[in-house]
Every structure is written in C-alpha cells, then in structure tokens.
Design a protein around this ligand. Sequence first.
Ligand code: NAD
Length: 337
Amino acid sequence: MSLYTENFHQADISNCSFLITGGAGFIGSNIVEYLVQHGAGEVRILDNLSEGKLENIANFVELPNVQFLELDITNESDCQSACANIDYVSHQAALGSVPRSIETPLLTNAANVTGFLNLMTAAKDAGAKRFVYASSSSVYGDSPEMPKVESRVGDPLSPYAASKYTNEVYAGTFERCYGLETVGLRYFNVYGPRQKPDGPYAAVIPLFMDALLENKAPFINGDGEQSRDFTFVSNAVQANIRGMFANTPGASARAYNVAVGERATVNQLFETLKGLTGATVDAVYRDPRDGDVKHSLADISLAQEYLDYQPCTRFEEGLEITLDWFRKRFGNGSVKP
Ligand SMILES: NC(=O)c1ccc[n+]([C@@H]2O[C@H](COP(=O)([O-])OP(=O)(O)OC[C@H]3O[C@@H](n4cnc5c(N)ncnc54)[C@H](O)[C@@H]3O)[C@@H](O)[C@H]2O)c1
C-alpha cells in the first residue's frame, strides 16, 4: 500500500511542473511518489546517481509525465536546463553525512553549497514560483537548548552543518535580492522506505534493521544515551508539499523544523527494533563519532503555524512500515539464529 494516500495540498497540481533534485535518493524518491500519486502535471527528477539508485524511481520513470535527468548540480548549465519551465523546485540533492564532510569538506562544499547556489540561481532565472530545500537539524550545532527553536542556532560542528547553514543564509538573501520564494526544511533524522543500509555513511536506522534482520550485532557509537527526534519520511514529504503551497503571509524566507517533536535514545531505538525483529543479539558499543550532537529534539510549532504541518506517523509505526519494506526489499524476512 502506498504511504501517500493523504492529501497535503489543496491546489490543483495537474497543470504544475515540479523539479525534484536528488529524486533518485531516499527522501527525493518519496516526494516523487507523492507527486505521481496525486496527479502532478510534470515531474522532472535530477540526480547524478552518486548515492541514489534508478531502482528507487523505476516505477515512476515509465510514466509519460515523469522525466529522469542524470545531471550534476555542481554544473551550472545542468541546473539551467533542468529548471527550464519549472513551477516548483524541491531541492534534495546533496552529500549527506557528518563524518563524510569531516573527511572530505571540499566535496561536501561543491555539492551542498556550489550546487545549491547553481540550482537556486537557475530556479530564479526560470521564474520558479517557490524553491523548497533540504536543510538539517545539524544547523543547531553546539547549542544545548532543548527543544530546538528555529531562531536560536549554535555554532556548526561539521562542514556538513556549515553547508546547510550557508544554504539558509543564501535562500534568505535570494528572496530579498531577487524575490525568489524559498522555504527551508530542517529535517531531524529522517528514516523510512528506500533509505540505504549500505555504504560507509549509512544512517543508524537502516544499519540497525539490516543487522538485526540477520541477527547480527550492530555498533552503537558512544553510550547510546544520545537522543534523536526520529522522523518518518512521509512527514518530510508532507513538509515539502506544504512548503510549496503554503500561502500564510510570511511563510517563505524561513527555515522550519521538520520532525515529530518526540525523541528516543539510540538504546531505545535498538531495543524497539530488537523486539520488532525478534533478534537476540546485543549491540557492540564503540567510541562516539566526531561532530555528533548529544541530544536533538524539535519544537515544531513554527511549521504547524505557517505550513499547517502535522506529523502523521510516529516512531514505532514508522519503524514497522520501514521494517516491512526492508523485509520485502532485501528478502531477509525472518531473523536467522
Ligand atoms: N536523511 C536524513 O535524515 C536527512 C537529515 C537532514 C537533512 N537531510 C538532507 O535531505 C536531503 C536528502 O537526503 P537523503 O537522506 O534522501 O539522501 P540521499 O543520499 O538518499 O539523497 C541525495 C541524492 O542527491 C544525489 N546527489 C548528490 N550529489 C549530487 C550532485 N552533485 N548532483 C546531483 N545529484 C546529487 C544523490 O545521488 C542522492 O540520490 C539532503 O540534502 C540531505 O542533506 C537528510
């Protein structure tokens, strides 16, 4: 069953064109799924497939109103051609991962800052109606305040965080200089179907699921008492769609927390998944990672006020849906002793 039966927009989108960058990746392909399911006029997907996979969009690219462009946002003319005649942009393409950015800050900057600027410039040149983009809870950096409120950020703890913060500064500047309407979305630990469990920079939930379905012990960085506002992907999709169409005065030129407003520790996550999978292994604890924040919890009232955002899938339900997808996708349906 599709995750996207609920409507997050009121407008008629059958005459609208959408560009989803990073659309072959995890969150981007879920946004594509929503748009296709709700009868969007034209959906253009841009991805360089460095992290994304064609199989994430295989069901959609066969449709006559969906086009896949294997292009790179670090290339200015790629961005210009992708944005031509586009009404709404949802910009998800970036190099994720705090540790990767600490290892290769120039690569992160090229995709996340230069690429961002190329794409936003192209969207402005194309006269796009709104530019919605993925920011990150990492912009809160070393601020100890809880819950996180949009107006109070700390100092960035990684090049990745600096890149996302820079995006927000540029987005506000483009609205002031050129009138391009922008909406930033500070995602808090998004998880769900199509998130990759493989590769050196995989996120904690797919890593745990992959290990526990094989009854293998996953690693926990630090003591496991760090907490996160784990956010199911349909909530991130909802924020993107609402961000495109929100017409409350003052809704644009802001960045919003996109989360549930509840938190769980990594130890709680592990125990919940252990129960859901029936695994019998214990986790292996190792050193904490550089650049990681200890606790993260969002105040989501700004997104509720301006975007009419209401998270509809909570922690355990989201984990069950994701596990179900993992079992079907990777064929490891039962825990092996
Ligand atoms: N998943 C999370 O928890 C989370 C949290 C905060 C922010 N974000 C942000 O959300 C966005 C989507 O993240 P995701 O989890 O879906 O990651 P993802 O890696 O699955 O998706 C990103 C996509 O961008 C593509 N890409 C990377 N560099 C590119 C380039 N130069 N040109 C064209 N395409 C390029 C990749 O191939 C990939 O398909 C990213 O901007 C990420 O920084 C994600």
